[in-house]
Design a protein around this ligand. Sequence first.
Ligand code: UDX
Length: 434
Amino acid sequence: MNICVVGVGYVGLVTGTCFAEFGLNVTCVDNDPKKIDMLLGGKVPIFEPGLEELVAKNTREGRLHFTTELDKGVANALVVFIAVGTPQGDDGAADLHYVWDVAQAIGQNMQDYKVVVTKSTVPVGTGKKVAEIIQRSQKRPIPFDVVSNPEFLREGSAIEDFMRPNRVVVGAASEQAKAIMKDLYAPLYLIETPFVITDVETAEMIKYASNAFLATKISFINEMANICELVGADVQVVAKGMGLDRRIGPKFLHAGPGYGGSCFPKDTEAIAHLAKENDYRFQIVEAVMEVNRRQRLVMADKVIKALGGQVAGKVIACLGLTFKPNTDDMREAPSLVILPTLMEMGATIRAYDPAGMEAAAPMLPGVEMRKNSYDAVEGADAMILMTEWNQFRNLDLARIKGLMRQPVICDLRNVYQPERLREAGFTYFSVGRR
Ligand code: UDX
């Protein structure tokens, strides 16, 4: 089967490559010639473990192709995925003009029946509008179906999430489209992946509901952490105790500086906006967003308190800048609020991140980027553990202590064992623990 994926951003490239790995013949299209040239040259424009190898393998074996010519990609494909960006507009709603443009181009270029799939996260009702645009753009009436097939890929484990998903969600109106979608995902039947087959609107809603709920878990545990600190309880053990209840589950109960990235902040805004447009206030999600914003300031406060109430003239080392480990993505990273807050109060920041420094430098003017963890902590009055990269879990503590001016650690991800750090001579602060 031939498929076409429009948009070689994060979602599009992972989707196209993994479908090629499933044995399908995939053409990835993007209107940015630089990105396509890079991919044709065997380079992957995003940071995702394992992706470059998989792109190279499938290109070599002739199943994965890249082009800027949408008409060619569409002409040969039975299924066309729309995986272009849906940035957040000024009003909090998703900006869908890239999706509309692609829908129009598909309509103009199709010669026979197609299944057009929205993969980008789009507000409920987008599928219907895509169908209207395609119909209007066609030169003559040709049958087609519009399907919603939301992605649930996490950055850093996107390939694993695609190959072994918890579930596949397909929203479609016709039996023909549902059958074609099932064929695409045939390899997942072998591993007994559950499929949720529903209508387009419900599929679109599942994506928002899932992300808003996960964001809710994070804000919930972050508020629990703040309360734990007040009453002398340990949030890690509270989360463990809660998580063992199967109705709650252990995941996404890790307290820290709040969620970031390209999905949760945007999707919570978008679902709150969608509710408002329909004269409904989604109060839980509004509170989740507010708690997430406040949590960054709670963290900045923690650092200030750790340094005795003022940071003017102090040197602070920051390990990790990205919104989570195994990515170079700085979008909505907590560091973008916490570090400028400390700098405004007169602190000097020296930072190290294994993959994010190039992206971070222009977003964090004034932060000195260092070449490794030890270089960053040299002469520092405090060290912040901002992102839980594995390489920060096993630092040489004696060496760190020897390099710092004052052995103060603010562990915003609860990576270290409090007793061990105190035994090693550090003044240690973490999140929601004594
Ligand atoms: C997320 C969803 O998991 C994925 O299904 C969706 O398709 C896209 O958005 P991603 O943004 O890549 O994926 O990252 P994820 O691993 O889910 O983490 C999101 C944020 O939440 C990170 O900032 C992380 O640090 C934070 N987080 C996560 C917590 O603070 N605590 C937790 O317990 C879990």
